[in-house]
Design a protein around this ligand. Structure first.
Ligand SMILES: Cc1ncc(COP(=O)(O)O)c(C=O)c1O
Length: 361
């Protein structure tokens, strides 16, 4: 599918653009904030001329609320509204709550979000509050919140908009469509950060559907990257006390367990773990060498690729895509904590000049 600049402004979000692939209630009014159509950026520092390996970052931070969640939320909220719901609910490590709050605001729905107290990045909390969601902090982790939300929805007329909502994955799969629309094929390898495992499942669904529809001849190998302290797929079992600096993927009991295994196995892929140190190093590489500021969890995909490149797991002549799931400004605290402190210099020309000359080489 091809769009000129003018067409793009008229597409008004991914539901209209990929309508034939998206299940939507016939009565639905589309709730969109022009999500999707995110850039696929060549990552020069990871690509290799010598080996003819080209690496791209799919930068999902340029979605309206700054993460890939908006792709799923436009479909989930449009359907929730059409089904007559007045309220929506989600458990969240932060980005789902920000996105749910924004789309609910646009739809005129009441939003409730359950978050682990003290464990979500400040930018995401600010978003949920700004969009008027009812923010409920629990003294438990995401997995506890998810269980509560599922129990609540059994008795209350309230739509769950977590990725267990079947419409979410249908929205999120469109990122795979966009990659094929640009490359005119699937990449050979696709790296993703994995938490609740909805996104890796959605991409695999998208790659398969577009392949079946004749838009690509090949399918990618799917690689799921987890933080070492929250790596249930690597361990092969639920992790009871998940912990990582990458709060967005601090999840021990992924809801899309079976779908994600299917994606990994059917694509001949694998799961790997990255230490917090490796994740922060990848975040720094992206920010300092590529000009892309993404949040720590997003950088897990690149951390995984860096490790696999070092182990020669990527053969010559490969095209690789890493999804960069969310924007860096979501989590300013971790950037400030892990970067150098700003320099303090007195406000005179000589001092400022000396500081510049000392640092220019
Ligand atoms: C920035 C970011 N990256 C990755 C993930 C993981 O996605 P999934 O839970 O679909 O595996 C999340 C989930 O919240 C996220 O917010």
């Amino acid at each position: 599918m091809w769009y000129s600049k003018l067409d793009r402004s008229l597409t008004n979000g991914l539901i209209r653009r990929y309508q034939q692939f998206i299940p939507l209630d016939v009565n639905a009014n589309i709730v969109s904030i022009n999500e999707g159509d995110t850039p696929l950026i060549r990552l020069r520092s990871l690509s290799s001329h010598k080996l003819n390996i080209t690496v791209y970052g799919k930068y999902e931070g340029s979605n309206p609320t700054g993460s890939f969640k908006d792709r799923g939320m436009t479909v989930a909220i449009s359907n929730a509204l059409a089904a007559g719901n007045r309220a929506i609910i989600c458990a969240s490590t932060g980005n789902t709550s920000a996105s749910a709050a924004a789309y609910a605001a646009r739809a005129g729905l009441v939003a409730f979000v359950l978050i682990p107290e003290g464990k979500i990045a400040v930018g995401k909390l600010a978003q949920a509050i700004a969009h008027g969601a009812h923010v409920i902090q629990i003294n438990g982790n995401f997995d506890d919140g998810m269980m509560l939300v599922k129990d609540l929805a059994k008795t209350e007329q309230i739509a769950i908009v977590n990725s267990v909502n079947k419409y979410r994955l249908h929205g999120q799969k469109t990122a795979a469509f966009e990659i094929i629309d640009v490359l005119h094929r699937s990449p050979d390898f696709h790296y993703l950060p994995v938490g609740n495992a909805g996104n890796i499942s959605a991409y695999w669904m998208g790659y398969q559907e577009y392949h079946l529809a004749g838009h690509s001849k090949n399918l990618p190998v799917m690689i799921g990257c987890q933080a070492s302290g929250a790596a249930p797929f690597v361990r092969g079992e639920i992790v009871l006390e998940p912990d990582t600096i990458a709060t967005a993927i601090r999840i021990g009991n992924p809801q899309s367990w079976d779908l994600a295994w299917e994606a990994s196995q059917n694509s001949q892929g694998w799961f790997l773990e990255c230490s917090d140190h490796e994740i922060l190093a990848a975040q720094k590489l992206l920010a300092e060498q590529e000009g892309i500021f993404c949040e720590p969890a997003s950088a897990a995909s690149v951390a995984g690729l860096v490790a696999d490149l070092a182990n020669n797991k990527i053969p010559p002549d490969s095209t690789v895509v890493c999804t960069l799931t969310g924007a860096g400004l979501k989590d300013p605290d971790s950037a400030l904590l892990n970067g150098p402190a700003p320099m303090s210099v007195s406000a005179d020309l000589e001092s400022v000049k000396r500081t510049i000359l000392d640092n220019i080489s």
